[in-house]
Structures are given as C-alpha cells and as structure tokens.
Design a protein around this ligand. Sequence first.
Ligand SMILES: [Zn+2]
Length: 279
Amino acid sequence: MQNHKELFYSNLVEYYSKNKEARKPWTHEEMKKISNEIIEAKLTVGSKTNRQYHLLSLYDIIDIKEKLMIIKKRLADDKNAVYITPYEDLFEVLYPIHISAGHGGRDKMMFALKTKHYIPRIVIETFIQSCAICHKKKNFRPVNLVNKSITSKEFSSRGQVGLIDYQSMQDGQYKWLLNYQEDLTKFICLRPLKSKTPAEVAKELLKIFLELGPPSILQNDNDREFVDGIIMELVKLWPDLKHIHEQPLDPQIQVSIEKSNQDVDNMLRAWMTENNSTN
Ligand SMILES: [Zn+2]
C-alpha cells in the first residue's frame, strides 16, 4: 500500500507537469483560500465579480463539525453533498473504495464515488495504473474454454501434466506446483511438490487419478521424456495403469498446459502481493 501511494503521487506529479492545462486538484492550502473566496462571494451584496459568479455557480460551502468543506453546487440544500477532495487526501479516499470493490476498475470506482466525492477521472485512472495487483490482474487472461475444440469426448480420457517452478520462493520444503488438467472439462488439480522427480510427481498424480479416474493419454507439450518417466513410475505404483500412454500435443487444437500454468502462476502471485506473502 505504501508503494502504491508513492507511485500514485509520483505519477500524478508527472501527469500534471506534462499537462499544464489540466486542473490539478486543490491542496488543503488552496482550498482554504478558495473557501474564503466563496464565503466572501456569498456575502457580497449587489454586483459580484466574474470570478465570484463563477465560483458560486460551481461550489458551495458546508460546515461539518466546525470544519468548512467545499462541495459541488447542489440543486437543492437537501441533495447530498459531493465533497471536493483535496490533493493530499486523494489516496486515502480512493484506496478503501478500490479495495472494497475488489480492485474495481475506473467505472466501478467512479460509480462508487459519484454521490460522495468529486475526483477527476484522470486521478482515478492514475490510481489504478499505480496498483501492483491490478497490473498483475491485467496480464491475466483466462483460457478461452469454449472456442478451443475439445479433443476428448469422454471425461478423463486425456489429461495434461505440468510443473510450475517456485524454487525462488519456496514454501517450507515445497518448491514446485503440480498442475494436472483434465482435457474434457479443463478441470485442474494443483498439488505442492518438494521435488520434480518422476517418482514424486507420479505419487501425487496417482492421488488425483484415484479421484478423477486415470486418463488413457497423458500429455505435456514440451517434455515427452518427463511424461514417459512419470508413466513408468505410475505403473510401479499401480500396475493396472499400463494402458496410459504418452502422446504429443496437437498445437492446432489443443491449448498447452503452459497457458494454464501461467494463469495459475499469475493468480498466485497476485494473491501473494495482496496478502504480503513471500512464499
Ligand atoms: Zn488494484
């Protein structure tokens, strides 16, 4: 969150230095001055200056707990007040709204803010661009399950196996994540592994097969030897599994497990960032 705040303000500074014509939200200091101007304009009897007319047509002042706040001009006094948010408070206002909207995008945030705070669109966009979690989510695109032709007609006739490398941030003894995907339903099973030896992979796969049923064809797109090794180990554990065999992937119609590995990895990393976890 601290990094998010720093990045957000440094991006804002950069934006307003490049776009001089864009009106930067007022600071607390500027708001004090403007409040006084608005009060003076309201008290002026007779002809007002253009500046005073302008201010009064857009803003009003309300007194909240003995603090003067600038709000958007309301059609009637009983309409709810939309506060003009000072520059220094932008992050504190935006952050809880963004989080409670599940890292909501610009439109979702603007909708949530609409009746309470006025914050320029560009500020909201900058806020979202500065969010590390939103960045990761943006790179995550789920596999399109519908348009990919299904190569299996029966459940559990074919499955793909893949490993995701977490050696750089292992959790205790666990350094790898086994990803097994059933081809017909694209249902995936994930299991933590201490090593990538065929014996350990086979032991975990066996547990999955006991639940889902073993496939006839086991695949991995770029390592056929890896799959052969696993099958040999599987047969040691369950001799009746002789019918399982390896088959190369047909890149024309099959989505590689690599894509699914990547999605799982992106989701896990996003979760870790969100929860400040390092393993
Ligand atoms: Zn976010």
